[in-house]
Design a protein around this ligand. Structure first.
Ligand code: FBP
Length: 706
């Protein structure tokens, strides 16, 4: 045999084709970088102006009015495109400016295009302007760590995911010292304006900075970012001003294509339930969108649980002339029952597999967990206040924290007035698995939010599910349905009478169903033997017919799971057409607001739920969005998180499709395969999140019908 020719690694690496396929640049990246997303009509004009409108009203919190007097009276501002500005507007618009921009909180696809939109607009107005990017989030402002953003940097990151250009961080400018340091940074860089790209908490921070920096003439503009989709702004009349934050669509599409692959795999391999925890901290918007995109068998929506009422319990209590208060709201036990019910029903038609979508923050909507979270917030805040120290630093170990709680429970026994943590709380808490206790007692993030991404929600819930499935198995309720035809064929093949054995083995043999369910009383080979003996199908001591035994064994369920966490992966994906277009226009909107003197406003695009031609850049006043909320045991002014509205058309669609997607019927599942996020100008991908499309269609259909 001729010897195979070899080549040295050095020569191999010099080959242009090898270089091409080992390069970190691929044709799609090149295309992405070159592309300029479409811009809203107003940005086709060389200048823009703001038009304040009283059309939208807000219910203003008196505390917000007290703390934010300089920006609380801001109005919604529309943006107008101008061809021939008056000299005053022209000179204001074209002034060279120094603008700082910072990413705050978790990454979200599209962030780089906010910078690109801002940079392109600022350079078009005056190429002498400077854009500074603060490094590693708000810490970059506090510590004056910034880079000047150049065209080369912008072009390198256009239309690409992540926040790699300047990175991000979760620091908060929340003390007098940090505010003063930030002011000094703005002075040192001669900033005219600061753009804060962040979630609800970061935009809250933007409002306080806008107020503080007013006297220095530094404008502060927020930009609605978060994959969680929980920044959605409506006015007091319910008019939508910002339908969704950027990043949501790309992350949801990223999760969906991976979850759809699991749907395909599990319905081929038919042996696993895939438990998919999906990010979104508290709100279940991502889970809702993933549900619509994939038609996973079970899609839990936390917000629905908050309103849960156990009608059966209420009826039972009423029959006894009592009221059962525990029937209102979802408990952990009940949640596990809901999941078990779906698993048992699918098993009954032979489907021992499926896909369950679990929002990461689902526990926030579960009664007893909500109570624990609230109690810990106030216990820890009281400790920190009374001792002027930090609870987590003083009690770093779980055992120390538990001991502190035990002491509180003892105190409640001695002092009837002390009710924040009693023996019952302590007992209930001690029943939870250690990893979950640890999760619940974990330090809150810098904004006082519970860090759900670090809690193994799936493990807690699936632990309970597995326990209850075992009970249902022992009770003979949880069985794998056997296809009638299969049963008859295999029994007859062994020369036995299928009808004779069918009536002994199955509870529904004489009915018409396609799947046969072994009787509840047959839960082991011993009980099977007994049933056959009772029917005189075998004699004591005789072996069970092997074909009958094989059928029985097939009916015994094994619940096998694979757990997955969808979060950081989707958060890092490249932006969809929707997000890259949205964010590029947000960057341009931020510049228009700055160039026209606005501060304390959030750059936004109205009509995102409609086709692109309807998109309308606006400025939303941040101050009026603030309300008081409990954070780390204290009331704080924050922007309210938008959670899933269970009256919304998108949620109603999920509710109506639930049975279909569960597919606890013979035949195929209803899985949907969303196309992956791809880059091809000729074939634009889905142009909006399905949640938004449904909400918009519902409005149009209602209008046409009236
Ligand atoms: P933002 O609200 O800052 O955009 O972050 C959202 C999020 O991705 C949540 O979905 C998740 O719970 C959290 O961040 C994870 O935080 P971390 O990156 O600190 O682990």
């Amino acid at each position: 045999m001729p010897r195979k020719k070899t080549v040295s690694t050095e020569v191999l690496l010099k080959d242009p084709k090898v270089q091409e396929i080992t390069s970190n640049i691929n044709p799609e990246i090149i295309e992405r970088r070159k592309n300029l997303p479409p811009i809203c009509d107003v940005f086709n004009k060389p200048y823009t102006a703001l038009q304040e409108t009283d059309q939208y009203t807000f219910r203003i919190d008196s505390e917000a009015a007290r703390q934010l007097p300089g920006i609380i009276d801001n109005k919604v501002q529309g943006i107008l495109g101008i061809d021939d500005p008056d000299p005053e507007l022209k000179s204001r618009y074209e002034r060279a400016r120094n603008i700082g921009i910072v990413f705050s909180g978790g990454p979200a696809p599209g962030g780089h295009n906010v910078i690109a939109g801002l940079f392109d607009a600022a350079m078009a107005a005056n190429p002498e302007s400077r854009i500074y990017g603060f490094l590693l989030g708000p810490d970059g402002i506090i510590e004056n760590e910034a880079v000047e953003i150049t065209k080369k940097m912008v072009d390198r990151f256009r239309n690409l995911g992540g926040f790699g250009m300047i990175k991000t961080g979760r620091a908060k400018v929340d003390t007098k010292e940090k505010m003063e340091q930030s002011r000094q940074t703005c002075k040192a860089l001669g900033l005219d304006a600061l753009v804060i790209v962040g979630g609800d908490d970061s935009n809250t921070n933007a409002a306080f900075m806008a107020q503080e920096l007013l006297r220095d003439g530094v404008q502060v503009i927020g930009v609605p970012k978060t994959i969680d989709g929980d920044i959605q702004v409506r006015d007091a009349e319910g008019n939508s001003l910002c339908a969704i934050s950027f990043g949501f669509h790309s992350a949801a599409r990223g999760f969906s294509s991976e979850i759809a692959n699991l749907c395909t795999d599990c319905s081929s391999d038919v042996k696993y339930w895939h438990i998919c925890k999906v990010m979104g901290r508290v709100a279940s918007h991502l889970a809702l969108e993933v549900g619509l995109q994939t038609h996973a068998n079970v899609v839990l929506i936390g917000e629905e649980m908050a309103d849960y009422v156990d009608v059966e319990r209420i009826r039972r209590a009423e029959a006894q002339g009592t009221v059962d208060y525990t029937a209102y709201g979802m408990t952990l036990r009940h949640l596990s029952r809901v999941i078990c019910d779906a698993i048992v029903r699918r098993a009954a038609v032979g489907k021992s597999y499926g896909v369950l979508v679990l929002p990461e923050g689902v526990l926030e909507f579960v009664n007893e967990i909500q109570v624990f979270i609230i109690k810990f917030n106030s216990i820890i805040a009281a400790y920190n206040r009374d001792h002027d120290t930090d609870f987590h630093a003083d009690f770093p170990l779980l055992e120390e924290k538990l001991e502190y709680l035990r002491r509180m429970a003892r105190r409640s026994r001695e002092d009837g007035g002390f009710t924040v943590w009693n023996t019952r709380d302590d007992d209930l808490f001690n029943d939870l698995p250690i990893f979950f206790q640890e999760g619940l007692l974990m330090e809150r993030d810098s904004h006082g939010n519970f860090q759900f991404s670090q809690v193994e929600t799936d493990k807690v819930i699936m632990g309970l599910v597995k326990d209850y499935l075992n009970i249902l198995k022992e009770n003979g309720v949880y069985k794998v349905g056997i296809e009638r035809e299969y049963y008859q064929k295999s029994i007859r093949k062994s020369g036995l009478d299928a009808d004779y054995y069918g009536k002994i083995l199955f509870r529904n043999y004489t009915e018409n169903g396609s799947h046969l369910l072994v009787r509840e009383s047959i839960i082991s080979l011993k009980t099977l033997h007994q049933a056959l003996e009772d029917a005189r199908a075998i004699k004591p001591g005789e072996n069970i017919q092997s074909a009958v035994e094989a059928i029985y064994k097939k009916s015994v369920p094994t619940f096998k799971t694979q757990t997955h966490f969808y979060g950081y992966d989707g958060r890092g994906s490249n932006p969809t057409w929707f997000d890259r277009t949205y964010t590029y226009n947000l960057g341009k909107t931020a510049f228009s607001l700055i160039a026209n003197g606005a501060t304390g406003q959030m750059a936004a695009i109205r009509n995102l739920e409609r086709e692109f031609v309807n998109w309308e850049p606006i400025g939303i006043p941040i101050g009026p969005l603030m309300h008081l909320e409990e954070r780390k045991g204290k009331l704080a002014l924050v922007i309210e998180k938008a959670v899933v509205d269970i009256e919304s058309p998108a949620f109603q669609v999920i509710r109506a499709q639930r049975e279909k997607w569960l597919a606890a019927t013979p035949g195929d599942d209803d899985f949907r395969i969303p196309p992956p996020i791809y880059y091809d100008e000729g074939n634009p991908e889905e142009d909006r999140p399905l949640t938004l499309t449904l909400d918009c269609l519902a409005e149009e259909i209602a209008e046409n019908a009236s």
